[in-house]
Write a protein that binds this ligand. Structure first.
Ligand SMILES: Nc1ncnc2c1ncn2[C@@H]1O[C@H](COP(=O)(O)OP(=O)(O)O)[C@@H](O)[C@H]1O
Ligand SMILES: [Mg+2]
Length: 271
């Protein structure tokens, strides 16, 4: 089943349930909005924040939405999509992103990174926002390095905003005694909740509307079944909704009914 075929069958003007939505096209359900507001608060306060959520809960989407709202002339964003970059990696990325040439030895790279961060604020008047996505993957030494960078001048203000984004294990990990010093400096913690059943219905309708169908295309019981199987997680809803559209097409149905949703659940959950 080609996407083009599916599009023309359902009369979509663009493919629905894709992951490449522009920030202005996102569905602003409550959990998403709360996450965006909190990430923005961290940026404003140059605070340390920890945002967690299950795989596919919408963490990266929320971060991107919050960053898109920033005035780019006054902020420098350093976004680390994958922290598995080795011992020098964090410092290297910071220096590099701030326009410096990273020094080779770690002992000189560390002060270089701290200086570059400070200069961004004091010399260029820009706020630095360091976002570490998939932060549950940060190694112990990297967490310690982040802590050292955040209290460079030993007072209560941090030279930059730090947003750690990761799976729920991140929170538990920070609670371990070894990271107490960093954990105590965390000013904000937010766990992105799954969507409620009502959110999921609105979410599906939102994606369909973006694709040019504002009429009811999914039956209520189909939405309920998809919500339950996806446990309210947006990425899983996307996958199930696409499979349900394919199943309904194959069944010759005029809308996505419960039969199509059931087929989608079987398709997606059976390996
Ligand atoms: N607010 C939203 N509006 C529209 N789509 C969303 C929204 N939040 C999440 N999604 C969809 O769910 C997918 C998974 O979100 P993502 O942020 O990548 O999850 P996570 O980072 O928590 O694993 C995205 O690719 C996107 O398609
Ligand atoms: Mg992500």
């Amino acid at each position: 089943m080609s996407i083009a075929r599916l599009r023309s069958h359902w009369g979509f003007t663009r493919t629905p349930f894709t992951k490449d939505l522009a920030p202005s096209m996102l569905h602003r359900y409550n959990g998403h909005q709360e996450a965006v507001a909190r990430i923005s608060w961290c940026v404003d306060e140059a605070a340390i924040g920890v945002i967690t959520g299950e795989v596919g809960a919408g963490k990266t989407v929320a971060v991107r939405a919050a960053l898109a709202e920033l005035d780019s002339s006054r902020h420098t964003v350093i976004y680390l999509g994958n922290p598995a970059i080795g011992a020098r990696g964090l410092y290297y990325t910071i220096v590099n992103r701030l326009g410096g040439v990273p020094r080779f030895y770690k002992a000189s790279l560390i002060p270089q990174a701290a200086d570059a961060l400070a200069a961004e604020v004091t010399e260029r008047g820009r706020k630095v926002v360091l976002v570490v996505d998939e932060a549950h993957l940060l190694a112990a030494d990297q967490l310690e390095e982040l802590r050292l960078l955040t209290n460079a001048d030993m007072d209560s203000t941090s030279p930059f905003a730090l947003v750690l984004v990761g799976q729920p294990t991140l929170r538990q990990r920070l609670r371990l005694g070894a990271f107490a010093a960093l954990d105590q400096r965390v000013a904000l913690r937010y766990a992105i909740p799954p969507m409620t059943a009502a959110d999921t219905g609105d979410y599906i309708a939102h994606h369909l509307k973006l694709a040019g169908r504002s009429d009811t295309l999914f039956s209520d019981d189909a939405v309920a079944r998809i919500h339950k199987a996806a446990r309210g997680l947006p990425r899983a809803v996307n996958n199930l909704a696409v499979q349900a559209l394919i199943a309904a097409y194959a069944n010759g149905a005029a809308i996505v009914d419960d039969k199509a949703a059931r087929a989608a659940v079987t398709e997606v959950t059976a390996e």
